[in-house]
Design a protein around this ligand. Sequence first.
Ligand code: CP
Length: 396
Amino acid sequence: MQDLLHEIEKFCLRHDMSETRFGELAMNDKPFVSQLKSGRDLRSSTATKLREFMAEYDAREPAKGANPNRYPAGRLAFPHRDLLGIAQLERHEILYLLDEAEPWIELNRQSSKHADLLSGLTIINAFFENSTRTLLSFEIAGKRLGADVVNMHAAQSSVKKGETLIDTAITLNAMRPDAIVIRHASSGATQLIADKVDCPVLNAGDGQHEHPTQGLLDSLALRHALRARGEKADDFTGLTITICGDILHSRVARSTLLCLQALGASVRLCAPPALMPVGVEAMGVEPFHDFDAALSGSDVVMMLRLQTERMEGQFIPSPREYHHLYGLTKERLTRAAPDALVMHPGPMNRGVEIDSDVADMLDRSIITRQVEMGVAIRMACLDILTRSARKVEGWA
Ligand code: CP
């Protein structure tokens, strides 16, 4: 029943349709959905009829997209225990996370930044790879929400004594945390851990797979920058965004690309042939090897560093050559749209993929805004994913 109600909620959002109208169209019974929610019995033949109606309607009518100010009630707004990737999220769930982050941006700009929402809860940040931004912002996010936050650094852990990832997960789980945040060098490691523990797991970057909170914070930072310019920016429809750099090894590229596309942007990926994954066209992006061509008409340029720690062998002739062809210089930025915004998830290698006089442009670079939004988005994610444990009404 809950699954069917969830499907109906998502259908209504897709088609910007009220539940009353849904009941009228599907069953000739306007209060049908509200009665279902109040416990009305549902025969399996009726469930089949409803699903057939939705499938036929989906095939006939193009989706209108979610109204960003309207979400399903309670946990139907975000019905996931974990946050492992953007690929598992619906457009309205992404918008929900962004909207839920807004109040935290305001709190973070005040001198007193404390909330008690997660008081008594324990969050473990288990980082098996280096991090500055993600680790610190998850730690700050948890502490600002009142949780007890513990950081596990792999270099000082029993992983160094040969303990497996699964045994580590079982060990952390036995300490009864209320959320675990994981960064790991292996793609899929966070899913492996999520399968072994009883609490929500948040992926803070797994190998070349995903870095979902980065995709979300990038979207939030872009939305804020556009709104600061007076644009409505309910989504990114009409924007052309170029992501340039080491696409092959980048989990950021994947998560950010998925977020931007879900919000309507046209995304161009630019990389040397050796650093472009095969088959990216299937992801609905335009691939480029010529950075100048990719920049032409771009409204936003996101630069990525070369992930040398994931490279086996020689992928580029030299950093100097790479900068010549793929470095974002002030001169090269003139090829993009006037006022094009510049983004970078960090850490930056100045003078390689981006020049300092571009990274530090006050009116164009939103790199520090990305970092700021990282704390707010992580506060939103920790809040939402612990609502079930906190028995928040509608989420238990
Ligand atoms: N963007 C990002 O993930 O940075 P860190 O590696 O510093 O966390």
